[in-house]
Design a protein around this ligand. Structure first.
Ligand SMILES: [Fe+2]
Length: 298
């Protein structure tokens, strides 16, 4: 009898009767999964489940599913987050010295991408365990992951997905220059503290520019990720027409991640609450992208 399994549990050797999504790529196709590329393609669809035929599969389907598989997924994701946090810390230090190479973070982005594709819920669950000290790093990892997942669902090509991932990793690098005591302050910020915080996109942009070799996309996302469609954002108060889809995508993922995380001054929101709050603020955030992001957690 055909079995319905979450798509992140599809493995090589399984015979797929159908991928439950409207994407043309898989409609009506029945096939044996033979490559990682096919697995990635299935993960990139909007489907939540796939129908697998145990009789035609070349492996024991039960061995891939169940709670043990979930625990293993969580373990692998936790390992990735630890390694990527340390890599990112090293890259931020390199930025401080003016020595970051543009392509250093490519493999980090690729690894994060495959982990969030495997399970967005588990990825966010793991990154929500961040401590104060690693706050900016883990936030950046989570934003990077969300950006890549959203970009894939919008049909961006692999190179662009990766570049967006790197942009996500570096978007808050300007916070290097804001003391942790201010970033983690539970009470109201004084005017000068607020000015320092609001200056981080510009500071980050200048730092990245000094490294040389950073793409326009990475620089723009760092500089403009706090701009909003109605021109009320910072640092420049740009209007909607000046904000590309890539910048809007970064903003939506950044805000979603911040809302769904615990901070010293607030409790985490549920994904559903965060999405509906953002959706009701269409003057600030691109509604189409908010809906797409919601599709990832449906
Ligand atoms: Fe930021």
């Amino acid at each position: 009898m055909v079995r319905r399994i979450p798509k992140h549990l599809v493995r090589k050797g399984m015979f797929v009767e159908s991928v439950e999504c409207p994407d043309a790529e898989f409609s009506g196709r029945r096939f044996l999964v033979q490559s990682d590329e096919t697995i990635r393609a299935i993960l990139a669809t909007s489907a939540a489940y796939a129908l697998v035929n145990p009789q035609k599969s070349m492996m024991d389907i039960d061995a891939a599913g169940g709670p043990a598989a979930g625990a293993q997924e969580r373990k692998r994701t936790a390992e990735t987050v630890v390694q990527a946090t340390s890599a990112l810390r090293g890259s931020f230090d390199a930025v401080r010295r003016g020595q970051l190479q543009a392509d250093t973070l490519n493999p980090v982005a690729d690894e994060i991408s495959s982990r969030i594709d495997a399970s967005p819920e588990i990825f966010l669950e793991v990154t929500r365990l961040k401590t104060k000290d690693e706050g900016t790093y883990v936030h950046s990892l989570a934003v990077s992951a969300l950006m890549m997942r959203l970009a894939r669902s919008l049909g961006y090509a692999d190179d662009m997905v990766r570049e967006l991932g790197v942009a996500g990793l570096l978007h808050d690098v300007g916070k290097l220059m804001v003391p942790n005591a201010i970033l983690n302050k539970a009470g109201r910020l004084e005017a000068e503290e607020r000015r320092l915080v609001r200056n981080h996109p510009e500071v980050g942009y200048r730092l990245l520019k000094e490294q040389g070799g950073m793409s326009h996309l990475v620089l723009d996302i760092c500089r403009y990720h706090h701009e909003t469609l109605d021109g009320s954002g910072y640092p420049l108060g740009l209007a909607a027409g000046e904000l590309s889809q890539e910048i809007r995508l970064a903003t939506v993922c950044d805000v979603f991640e911040a809302l769904t995380s615990a901070r010293p001054y607030k409790q985490p929101w549920t994904a559903r609450d965060a999405l509906s709050w953002m959706f009701s603020r269409g003057q600030l955030f691109d509604k189409k992208l908010v809906i797409r992001l919601g599709g990832i957690f449906a």
